[in-house]
Design a protein around this ligand. Structure first.
Ligand SMILES: [Zn+2]
Length: 581
C-alpha cells in the first residue's frame, strides 16, 4: 500500500490564502484530503500510487461558485458543465429563491413552467431530464446525495417553492400568509436546515423595470413581491439557530430602500452572513456600482457580514425573439415576448403594441439587461438576402430598412420566424470601473448563473476570464489575489470549513493549469440537452487537471467519468442531517 494516493509534483502552488506568495512544491493526497505539502519539492514518488507532473503549471484550489441554478441539470449532468470545464469544483444551488423542493407531486409541472421563464431553462429539457423522487426538502437532499456527482454541491433552501408548497402559487403571489401558514413555512425551513440546507435564498425584484426574471405569464414570482415582514420572519429562524446564511437577489426600482433593507435583514437574521446580489458595472451609470460598494463597506464597518457577489465576466448576451424573456422588466417589450412563436408574432404585428414599442424607443427607455434597443447588434440571420444587415445596430437597421428602428428589428425578426440572432455587446467591461469592483474587500467574483439562461449567455466561464483577462492581460489582480477570490473567499463567506485553500487537512479540490496558455475558445452551440434542446457553451484550453476530493475529473478537457463530488450538507463533506425527532 502506498502512503499517498497521489503526489502532484513540482507545480507552482498558489494556495489561495493570499497571505502566502506562490512557491514551487509537491502536494500529497490521501483519502480525498491534502495530506502533506512540501515546499521546494522532494516528496518520494514511490510513496504514491499515482504521480502528476505539474512542473511549469499553476496548482491552485478548485473554484467555488456560489451563484448557480444547476438544480435541474444536476439530474442529467453530474458534471454541471460549463462550470466544471472552467475549474469550478464546488457550487451552491437553489439560488435566487428558485428550485424544486419542497414540491407537491401535482405542482411539478408548474414549478418547471416558472423555471423555464425565470431562469430560461428549456421546459422539454427539464421534463425529460428530471426524474422526481422527492417531495420535501430533506428528501431532495437525500436524492442529491444518492446521485453521482462530478462536483461538490451545497444547496440553499429556495423560498419560492416553500411558499408555493404552503400557500399555493396563486395565494403566495396575492396575499400574506395566515398565522398557520407562516408557522408551517417556518417549520419547513427548520426541517430543511436540519437536513443540511445552508441557508435560504430569495429574489426580490419587485414589479418594476428591474423585474427581469418573471413567471411564464409575465407576473412577478412570489418572492419578488413578498413582504419585508415575511423576510424578517424567515431571518428569525437563522437568528434563533445561530446558523445559515441568506442569498439575496434584490434590485427593486426603489434602490436606496433596498440597501437599507439589506441592513435590516442582517439584523433580523442575528448578523447571519448575507450574500448580496449583484454588483455589476454599468458603464452608462457608474454611480450604481459605486453606491453599492460604498454601502457594502459601510455595512462591514458596522460589523455586519454582508458580501457582494460581483459580475466579473463580460455581460454580453445573444438572443432570438422566439423565446427571449429578459426584457420582462419593460412593459412594452414584455407584452410582445410572452407566449409561443405564433402568439409572439401576432402581438409583434399588432399596431397598438408596435406603437408602444416605438414610443418606448423614442422616449429613450431601455430594458434593464440590454441598455438602449438601438445599440443592440444583428448577430446572424436566417435568410441570405438579410446578410447585408449582419453587424449593424438596430438603429442602423432602421436607416437601412428605411423605417423606425423598433419596426425594423421586429420586421426582420418576424420575416425569419423570430430566429434572427441579436447581440448585446458588453457594457460592464471598462477597466477602471472593474478595478473599483475588484479592489473592494467584500466582492466575490462570479454571478455565473450557471445552468440558467443558456440560450443567451454563459457566465460560467468567469474563472477563466479572471485568470486570462483580468490577471494576465489586464494585470488587475495578482494571481495570489485572484485565487483567494476564486476559492478561499467564497468558501469563507459561505461557511465552508473544509475547502477553499491548499493547506494540509483541506479537501483536495485542485486545479492544475497552464497559465500562459489558458484561453477561452469562442462561444459555440451544443445540442446536448435532454429533450433535443440546445445551449451556448464555452470551452477553455489550458486546464490540465481538475481534481475533486482527490480524484481527477478532467484531463485536458477530457472527462474521466469519475464522480467524486459530494453533497455538502451544512457546507461541508462531513455534514449530516439531523435525525428526525
Ligand atoms: Zn440567480
Amino acid at each position: 500500500m502506498s502512503e499517498f494516493d497521489t503526489i502532484i509534483k513540482g507545480g507552482t502552488i498558489i494556495d489561495g490564502t493570499r497571505t502566502r506568495e506562490r512557491y514551487v512544491g509537491d502536494i500529497a493526497i490521501k483519502d480525498g484530503l491534502i495530506a502533506e505539502i512540501k515546499e521546494g519539492g522532494g516528496l518520494d514518488e514511490s510513496n504514491a500510487a499515482k504521480v502528476i507532473d505539474a512542473s511549469g503549471l499553476n496548482v491552485v484550489p478548485g473554484f467555488v461558485d456560489l451563484h448557480t441554478h444547476y438544480d435541474g441539470q444536476l439530474l442529467w449532468d453530474p458534471y454541471l458543465s460549463c462550470s466544471s470545464w472552467h475549474g469550478v469544483t464546488s457550487v451552491a444551488i437553489g439560488n435566487c429563491g428558485f428550485g424544486f423542493a419542497p414540491a407537491h407531486p401535482g405542482d411539478r409541472e408548474r414549478l418547471m413552467l416558472s423555471m423555464e421563464r425565470v431562469e430560461a431553462i428549456p421546459l422539454e429539457t427539464m421534463k425529460q431530464g428530471m426524474d422526481w423522487d422527492w417531495e420535501t426538502f430533506p428528501e431532495w437532499l437525500d436524492s442529491l446525495d444518492r446521485r453521482p456527482k462530478g462536483i461538490n454541491v451545497m444547496s440553499f433552501v429556495p423560498i419560492n417553492p416553500l411558499m408555493v408548497y404552503v400557500m399555493g402559487m396563486q395565494g403566495s403571489k396575492e396575499r400574506e400568509p395566515t398565522e398557520a401558514e407562516l408557522a408551517e413555512m417556518l417549520r419547513l425551513l427548520e426541517e430543511s436546515l436540519d437536513a443540511g440546507g445552508v441557508g435560504w435564498s430569495v429574489q426580490r425584484l419587485g414589479d418594476g423595470f428591474t423585474s427581469v426574471q418573471r413567471d411564464y405569464d409575465g407576473t412577478p414570482m412570489p418572492t419578488d413581491t413578498m413582504s419585508d415582514e415575511l423576510c424578517f420572519a424567515l431571518a428569525g429562524v437563522l437568528k434563533d439557530r445561530g446558523q445559515g446564511f441568506i442569498q439575496l437577489t434584490q434590485a427593486k426600482a426603489e434602490f436606496t430602500a433596498d440597501l437599507e433593507f439589506g441592513g435590516d435583514l442582517s439584523d433580523a437574521a442575528g448578523n447571519a452572513t448575507i450574500l448580496w446580489n449583484a454588483v455589476a458595472v454599468n458603464e452608462r451609470h457608474p454611480h450604481q456600482h459605486r453606491r453599492m460598494l460604498e454601502w457594502v463597506n459601510r455595512q462591514n464597518e458596522l460589523g455586519r457580514n454582508i458580501w457582494a457577489q460581483a459580475l466579473t465576466t463580460q455581460n454580453d448576451a445573444r438572443f432570438m425573439l422566439d423565446d427571449f424573456n429578459l426584457f420582462d422588466g419593460n412593459e412594452a417589450w414584455r407584452n410582445v415576448t410572452l407566449g409561443d412563436i405564433p402568439e409572439r408574432i401576432e402581438k409583434m404585428s399588432d399596431p397598438e403594441l408596435r406603437a408602444s414599442l416605438r414610443e418606448d424607443y423614442d422616449n429613450g427607455s431601455s430594458p434593464f439587461v440590454s441598455g438602449p434597443i438601438g445599440g443592440i447588434f444583428i448577430d446572424s440571420v436566417v435568410n441570405k438576402e438579410n446578410e447585408k444587415y449582419v453587424g449593424l445596430t438596430v438603429a442602423e437597421l432602421g436607416i437601412a430598412m428605411d423605417r423606425h428602428p423598433a419596426d425594423a428589428m421586429l420586421d426582420l425578426s418576424i420575416s425569419e420566424g423570430l430566429k434572427t440572432v441579436f447581440y448585446i455587446a458588453p457594457f460592464n467591461w471598462d477597466k477602471d470601473y472593474m478595478q473599483e469592483v475588484l479592489d473592494n474587500e467584500f466582492t466575490i467574483p462570479g454571478v455565473s448563473d450557471g445552468g440558467a439562461h443558456t440560450k443567451f449567455l454563459n457566465f460560467g466561464r468567469y474563472p477563466t476570464t479572471m485568470i486570462q483577462e483580468l490577471v494576465r492581460e489586464r494585470g488587475q489582480y495578482t494571481l495570489e489575489e485572484a485565487h483567494y477570490r476564486l476559492a478561499a473567499l467564497p468558501a469563507i463567506a459561505a461557511g465552508f470549513s473544509d475547502r477553499g485553500t491548499l493547506e494540509v487537512g483541506k479537501a483536495a479540490d485542485i486545479v492544475i493549469y497552464d497559465y500562459e496558455n489558458l484561453k477561452l475558445r469562442p462561444i459555440t452551440i451544443a445540442h446536448d440537452l435532454p429533450g433535443d434542446e440546445w445551449r451556448y457553451v464555452e470551452i477553455a484550453d489550458g486546464y490540465r487537471y481538475i481534481m475533486v476530493n482527490g480524484v481527477v475529473t478532467f484531463i485536458d478537457g477530457e472527462c474521466t467519468n469519475e464522480v467524486p463530488g459530494k453533497l455538502l450538507r451544512h457546507g461541508n463533506a462531513a455534514g449530516v442531517a439531523k435525525a428526525a425527532e
